[in-house]
Design a binder for this molecule. Structure first.
Ligand code: ADP
Ligand code: MG
Length: 480
């Protein structure tokens, strides 16, 4: 297989749309959607004589991300003009940072299967988004919506450290998780709040020199990114194996055909005629400002992850699920203040609370039952008053409907309290053994595995209420 001889090398440029209320350089509404061309003003429309004014939140969010990734914050950074003509870019240029970006360096740790690796960040810069053009089939004109024009973006440029579509997926997911934890973006790929350009090249394994790369533009779904990368790697290897060479190109991926096709090649590559933005002074930050932003950082995903593992002793599997989204992690940490049984708390969240929130479209922060009531629910099981399965199946749904009712009271009213009354349980055990004489005989002849069957039968006739410890003692006794 020729493909095995080659190594894939990928560097990513991720665009993250920031969750600010207003746009990067004016007060227009920056939220997603809206009737076309309603989030606009003379500034978004690029009218002559209008002037940009920097959004402080954009700077703060950039610094937050830079600090989280361990970047160096460029205390003096500056904006440039990137000039090109396009209908959804009314000014005729995009304000971006070219020579002096706000963050330099840094890294993000990703895990792929059992492997961990650091992906180095080259830099992060601030810029503004363009508007949206819609070229609908069947219409002999295009439509322009400028609601998105001027919305603040961060572009995160990685070093070419990624080696497969799986690593790209892990890196994108980790970045998405981070920006959501930081509260700087919703990371919503479907709505375009996060999209990436994938720079892909291949080289013979063992070779130090990077191959010629192609850049696949504007991938807004991980599924597309995977398919685009797989297609592109195969295309480049086939080309090299046939004695050709890869040309540096900008490509578009068509999800319908699954094929990448050139948008433009090096020869007609844009000359953006970058020059310093004359209408915005350089951004000058003080070390005190950066320190203040650092103080305001929340616990980061990997810190939460580590706490859940080492401080709360949870298994990896639980940790991944709980730390995935910050509100879920905070929910666990809060519940852990009310109970000492951390594993039971994790189980309850993973097996009941998260599915409930999913099914009903409820945010976990709006989950109706209080942490103390949930802790009482866990205690009910721990004290042996109600079997775990019974509590999950019968008490939990009632708690969700009636959050004010204490779980013990629910258990009592539904007649679910487990019984350890030996007299009563002995009768049930005798009844079960009498009804299953054949099994008793087989058990006595050595088929010890039938113990589970007897246990199950007794639980069944007790409607789940028998204390399993007492029952197992009684069974052992009677069976000899
Ligand atoms: P430009 O600004 O022209 O797009 P850069 O050199 O800044 O180019 O690189 C942009 C992205 O391309 C970075 O993420 C970088 O890691 C990646 N990249 C650069 N060279 C290669 C290569 N040979 N193979 C894969 N990715 C590359
Ligand atoms: Mg680029």
């Amino acid at each position: 297989m020729p493909y095995d001889k080659y190594e894939t090398v990928i560097g990513l440029e991720i665009h993250v749309q920031l969750a600010t209320r207003s746009k990067a350089f004016c007060g227009d509404d920056a939220s997603f959607g809206g009737e076309p061309n309603t989030h606009i003003s003379p500034i978004s429309l690029g009218h002559p004589g209008t002037l940009p004014r920097l959004n402080k939140k954009q700077v703060e969010y950039a610094v937050r991300l830079g600090l989280a990734l361990g970047s160096r914050i460029n205390l003096t950074n500056a904006f440039d003009r990137k000039n090109y003509f396009y209908a959804d870019l009314p000014k005729g240029y995009q304000i971006t940072q070219d020579r002096q970006p706000i963050c330099i360096g840094g890294q993000l740790n990703i895990s792929v299967g059992e492997e961990q690796k650091n992906v180095r960040i080259h830099h992060i810069h601030m810029e503004e988004d363009a508007g949206k053009s819609m070229h609908d089939a069947g219409e002999d004109y295009s439509r322009i919506d400028l609601n998105r024009a001027g919305v603040p973006l961060l572009e995160i440029v990685s070093e070419p450290d990624l080696r497969s579509a799986e690593e790209v997926d892990a890196y994108m997911s980790a970045m998405r998780q981070l920006v959501r934890y930081l509260g700087i973006s919703d990371g919503n790929m479907e709505q375009g709040s996060m999209r990436c350009d994938c720079n892909v090249s291949v080289r013979l394994k063992g070779s130090e020199k990077l191959g010629e790369r192609c850049e696949i533009k504007n991938l807004n779904s991980m599924r597309y990114a995977r398919r685009a990368i797989d297609y592109e790697v195969k295309r480049q290897v086939d080309l090299l194996e046939a004695g050709g060479r890869v040309e540096q190109q900008t490509l578009n991926f068509d999800p319908v055909t699954g094929v990448t096709a050139p948008l433009r090649d090096k020869e007609d590559a844009h000359d953006y005629r970058y020059f310093p933005e004359p209408d915005l002074p350089p951004v000058v930050l003080t070390p005190e400002y950066v320190e203040k932003v650092r103080q305001g950082l929340p616990a980061l995903p990997w810190e939460i992850h580590e706490r859940l593992l080492s401080e709360y002793g949870l298994p990896d599997y639980d940790t991944n699920l709980l730390a995935d989204e910050q509100p879920t992690a905070l929910f666990f940490l809060e519940l852990a203040q009310h109970t000492a049984n951390f594993k039971a708390a994790a189980n309850l969240i993973i097996n009941k609370i998260m599915p409930y929130c999913n099914d009903t479209g409820t945010a976990i922060t709006a989950f109706p039952v209080s942490h103390s009531q949930l802790a009482a629910f866990i205690q009910l099981i721990d004290e042996g008053k109600v079997a775990n399965a019974v509590a999950y199946q019968h008490i939990f749904p009632v708690m969700v409907e009636h959050p004010e009712r204490p779980p013990l009271e629910i258990a009592q009213s539904l007649n679910l309290i487990q019984t350890s009354d030996e007299g009563l349980l002995e009768k049930l055990v005798e009844e079960v053994l009498a009804n299953n004489a054949d099994e008793v005989e087989r058990y006595r002849k050595g088929k010890k595995g039938l113990m589970g069957f007897f246990m199950g039968e007794v639980m069944k006739v007790s409607k789940g209420k028998a204390d399993p410890k007492v029952v197992s003692g009684l069974l052992r006794n009677k069976l000899g």
